[in-house]
Design a protein around this ligand. Sequence first.
Ligand code: HEM
Length: 467
Amino acid sequence: MFHDPDLTPFQPPKVRGTIQQLLKNYLTSFPASTYEEPFSLQKNWPFRDNLFVTDPDLIEELLIGRADEFMRDHITRQAGAELDRGSLFLAEGADWRWQRRAVAPTFRHENLLGFVPTFAACAKRRVEIWRKQSGGALDVSAAMTQTTFDIILDAVLGGATALDRDRYLAALASAFKGMPWRMLLAYFGLPASFPHPGRARAHRAGDYGYGEVANLVAARKAQPSDRNDVLNLLIAARDPETGRTMTDAQVIANLYVFISAGHETAATALAWTLWLLAKDQPSQERLRMEVEEVAGGADIGVQDIERLVFTRQVVQEAMRLFPPFPVITRQPKEDTALGPYQISKKQRIIVPTWSLHRHKKLWDEPDGFEPGRFAPENVKDRHRCAYLPFGAGPRICIGMNFAMLEIVTILATLVREFRFSLATGFKLELSTPLTLRSKNGLPLVIEPLRDVSSAPSPRCAARQMTA
Ligand code: HEM
């Protein structure tokens, strides 16, 4: 078991954090009881109370058994509306169901396997870039964002190069930055239009992103292609019951969300995983040996993925300690009961994945890094709702299998080529703009391990990628 004070980056506050803390890292507002009790009620008079649920049986009831009785909560809906202007993420009922059905074929396992060569090619491109950047520490967080963004462009848009990657990423970062403020306003019952710092910038950034995606959709409609990418699937999607197709606005909104959610989360997971491996050299070495045994020096391929067992365990353990989405929220459609608790339809129910994954009654040494927890023999008796990086039930992350294939392929490729060690002087400070990030990136010293000449694959959308 690898243990380090950084893995417990803050102590749950006795009294609720200040607004300043909430804006920086809302995890500090989770009551200490969420780490040891099954259920915690947080009184917010005169505002609505929060109900924190950390009992796996109750979570199962909420997200799976009675999923139809709950919806996304009012804070997520209000705060998220700037980023999600009509995709399936915030949709409910029949509107959600048909959009989810329409995009589901893209995320079928057989289809996803076709993306593995792209994942491997983009990872190799990152290897080439890092080989040229000798000396000093490099921020793996920013690098993983670029790499997963190139991948998502390939998968979603067939490698559209019309998009200015760096400008688009900068705009997304500005749009995400507005999220904590929008959540705070929703929490205090104020409209999203209420003046707040960065509001105009975030709105402009959202408009720019949506404008770019709209241009891509218009270009594809003007010049159709037969690629098996998400854009074509969205354009062709038809509700089997009513025969209706998506409006342009729905195609654009779904694309925007796939691009944003699809790269940011995976990048976050990869960056935390590399940082944890930099702390735990024995696990890093074991992972490297596994990759060499399974794939030798060849590109990671579909045939290797199932056999990268320890690599997957490392990723799962990293997402336990640092879940990219550290919270799942719901609200009942009507007044109801959840287990022994009465809940009004105005109440927000929070599944604090962050605390659930560190819950003292569910995990041994919850703050230690131990990939062996996810060995098959250790997983089989665990409650399926004790570990939820992707959620559960009908609204489980649609990109889960895509993300796992992508992360395992990239991680295996990178760890085979480099040794990752900690940069001196780095102090971790968490930040929660949208996903769970480190405020100042994650700088690591990256040392090449072998001399290889790897030709870039023509399938990586990152052909013109700069460092
Ligand atoms: C490590 C990577 C990822 C993590 C940790 C993650 C996590 C999550 C979580 C926690 C949810 C909410 C579940 C709920 O509310 O019950 C979610 C939903 C969603 N995710 Fe992911 N995600 C990841 C990657 C992706 C990717 C690659 C895509 C798309 C390409 C994606 C698209 C979505 C969409 C569209 C939803 C909404 C689903 C619905 O409401 O039906 N995610 N994700």
